[in-house]
Design a protein around this ligand. Structure first.
Ligand SMILES: *Cc1c(COP(=O)(O)O)cnc(C)c1O
Length: 442
């Protein structure tokens, strides 16, 4: 465990008014790494080093006189091997660039080629809004009606998340009309992991392109994008990858596309680096994912990401982290389900969650099987619409337990294996119990 490698907000930083600290700076119970990862001390160090290079060398920092051997023109080369290892790809299949939604558009522009027979985008209903907007606007850009082109899968009646078999059946049944299958790796609201390998295999069998939005999956679960034959993937790095707010994003393209795929919207950073600074008039792209780079990346953003990836490397990357993650999330689930106020999701019908006659309580809408989830548990507060969730959230914060709330009525708690421990899970469960007792006046 590498807890000591991270900067934690303290109880006094977040005005956790209910915790006695005797004036000492004690770290919060931070369970929001799915939303914004904590700052690695190494990132802070690297950013400070780059700022010093900027102030003392200015333009010279771009080249070999960089005192730490990280000349800015090649900075992403320090990141690519680590990113490649993290997502299970070759170095040339990954790029560190831009932002998630922009990369999603670039990839859809390259891979979404609707025809009159095959034009649908298959995704989960209630995908992250940015993805929904991207899918709809891509359909419109091709002259299609999103209501017809975007095929959204909903859970079965009464259920809270999709069944793998239903996803596979839909691809089997509708495959010949689907241009692209594009799910999120881990669903941001429910925390469900959509198994990438079988879904990709089924999509390929039916001749569909298969891409993934890995915002909540990268740094959370082991990935093997090349081996699973995934066509493309995009992700942000400020969630489990701890690169800081608005950090630089990632992109993966399978190298089987190298022969045919060229970036349509060229920029100088996608140009062959051996001649980039000769400023030739004609674009000669890097073959592979890095050809999609358009601009020179923010070195400060890259430094921050590099610091975090070095901590992942120190931890042995995703296999040991995932083992620890399964234990921690399992413990949190066990402790929460022992609460007086817990109702198993299997004892509830999804349609009934807003029934005002329900007792004030909560359920967990994340799949119970560790294979079908990552670190995150999504707690749904009942009855939905009663305002209970926000009240509980505020009590948790007053105890220095930082989760994150998502409408409608969910608090997401994600024990992150790099920096959370069992005590964090225990404190979160204890604080939740007190929150209910106080709110219900018991
Ligand atoms: C976090 C998240 C985003 C955010 O997009 P940005 O372009 O980084 O602002 C998009 N999609 C999903 C699925 C996410 O979880």
């Amino acid at each position: 465990m590498l807890r000591s490698r991270f900067q934690f907000p303290t109880y006094s930083d977040v005005d956790a008014s209910r915790v006695q600290t005797d004036g000492r700076a004690k770290p919060c119970v931070y369970l929001a790494g799915n939303s914004l990862g904590l700052m690695p001390s190494r990132s802070k160090e690297l950013i400070q080093e780059e700022i010093a290079v900027w102030s003392t060398r200015a333009v010279l920092g771009h080249f070999s006189s960089h005192p730490h051997g990280r000349g800015w023109v090649r900075f992403p080369n320090h990141i690519e091997p680590l990113l490649a290892e993290l997502v299970g790809a070759n170095e040339k299949e990954v790029a560190c660039m831009s932002t998630l939604t922009t990369n999603l558009h670039l990839m859809m522009d390259s891979f979404y080629k609707p025809t009159s027979e095959r034009y649908k985008i298959l995704c989960e209903a209630k995908a992250f809004p940015s993805d929904q907007y991207a899918f709809a606007s891509q359909a419109v850009a091709h002259g299609l009606d999103p209501a017809q082109a975007v095929l959204e899968m909903k859970p079965r009646k009464g259920e809270f998340y999709l069944r793998e078999e239903d996803i596979l059946d839909t691809i089997e049944r509708e495959g010949s009309t689907i241009a692209i299958v594009l799910f999120s790796g881990v669903q941001y609201y429910t925390g469900q992991y959509f198994p990438i390998e079988p879904i990709t295999r089924k999509a390929k069998e039916k001749g569909c392109i298969c891409g993934w939005d890995l915002a909540h999956a990268v740094g959370n679960l082991p990935l093997s994008l090349h081996g699973w034959d995934v066509d493309f993937a995009v992700w942000c790095t400020y969630k489990y990858l701890n690169s800081g707010p608005g950090g630089i994003a990632g992109l993966y393209v399978h190298d089987k596309w190298n022969e045919v795929l060229r970036p349509k919207f060229a920029g100088w950073w996608g140009h062959d680096p051996s001649t980039r600074f000769q400023m030739p008039p004609t674009f000669s792209p890097i073959i592979g994912a890095q050809g999609f780079q358009q601009s020179n990346p923010s070195v400060l953003a890259c430094a921050s990401l590099l610091g975090s990836l070095q901590v992942f490397k120190e931890a042995g990357m995703m296999v040991p982290l995932r083992e620890r993650s399964i234990v921690l999330t399992g413990l949190l689930e066990k402790l929460l389900s022992e609460s007086k106020y817990f109702v198993a999701s299997g004892d509830l019908a999804q349609e009934d969650v807003a029934n005002p006659n329900l007792n004030p309580s909560f359920t967990i809408i994340t799949p119970r099987d560790p294979k079908s989830r990552g670190a995150q548990l999504s707690l749904l507060f009942l009855p939905v619409g009663s305002g209970l969730m926000m009240k509980v959230f505020n009590v948790l914060t007053s105890f220095g337990v930082i989760g994150d709330e998502r409408d409608p009525d969910v608090i997401r708690l994600a024990p992150t294996p790099l920096y959370n421990d069992e005590e964090d899970c225990k404190q979160a469960a204890r604080s939740l119990e007190i929150a209910f007792q106080e709110i219900l006046g018991q």
